[in-house]
Design a protein around this ligand. Sequence first.
Ligand code: GLA
Length: 386
Amino acid sequence: MRLTIDDVRSRFIKHFDGTTGSVYASPGRINLIGEHTDYNNGFVFPGAVTQGMIAEIKPNGTRNVNAYSIDLKDKVTFSLDDPKGPSATWARYIFGVCREMMELGVPVEGFNTAFAGDVPLGAGMSSSAALESTFAFALNDLWGENKIEKMELARVGQRTEHKYVGCNCGIMDQFASVFGKAGSLMRLDCRSGEYAYFPWNPKGYKLVLVNSQVKHALAGSPYNERRLSCERVAAVIAKHHAEVATLRDANYEMLEEVKNEVSEEDYKRARYVIGEVDRVLKVCDALEAGDYETVGQMMYETHYGLSKEYEVSCEELDFLNEVAKEEGVTGSRIMGGGFGGCTINLVADELYNNFVTVVKQKFAEKYGKEPIIIDVVIGDGSRKLC
Ligand code: GLA
């Protein structure tokens, strides 16, 4: 069942003073290719989905925020002026956004809010970015006269992750959530901030997510450790090539030069990133030529790299990837940060039904639970609903 405004409004009325406020929404995202490239200043190729977060918000004339999570049935109150903030993680996302908007000079005041989402949690579809973008967009509308630029709203979400949640993420998820456009994927150059919309209408193919339902929290060490590996290698390369600020600026030859100066693990991780930056560009060219076989081949290469070099896969995701390969699926790979969640699959129309049946059956036989199939529909970014 898809989430509607009424699902949120009815709870807002019930949990607060019976009146209504303004309603805002922001989506989760998929990413066709370009994984773990954003914090290396490379390219990403995401699109917003039609699943997302919806929040009803009404100023309450105090300095307190009263927030109700409909999905968790949990209510938290925090003061906008207490730098410590709440302890519940879900509430820290909202608190962080408030504080970062205040840092930008937006005169945020206290409010009541109820919110819910239909992005599966831990699926690698960025439910947290959807939450951050919803509130960043809303506060800009309610108190900021919509003066803060969209890219800055995305950065508010990213800084919230860094400073209030402990995940040193890149900009992809918040960018996709704020800038999404129905029917289009977006290529973002994370170094310059330049982006372009690519209409996504692959004739004869579908994009489908297969959710393993394995959940690993991204916040904290494994994700942040990958980022540190990349920064270490870039710093060593920079000693020989001053023009290299991040791995985006490096190539395989430069990496080979420093092979003995970095750990084997860091070397493998950097190798993955350098390859991935290049694959995004190859995919763009292939899409322009309508060459979906190449797009798919790049997706398989990304999966290999994420699994064997970057080491962010898990047994279940590798299994889903293998089944896709066996069933003749054009492209398949882990999507998002990894350590669980979904694979994204580019499937020819005529193979779709069979793939879905077989992957469910084989996964259930091995892991005792069917994976969840999610058909990808590319939707709009942050917006006011009413
Ligand atoms: C998470 C992060 C993003 C990005 C992806 C991997 O979703 O939030 O910034 O690094 O992982 O591509």
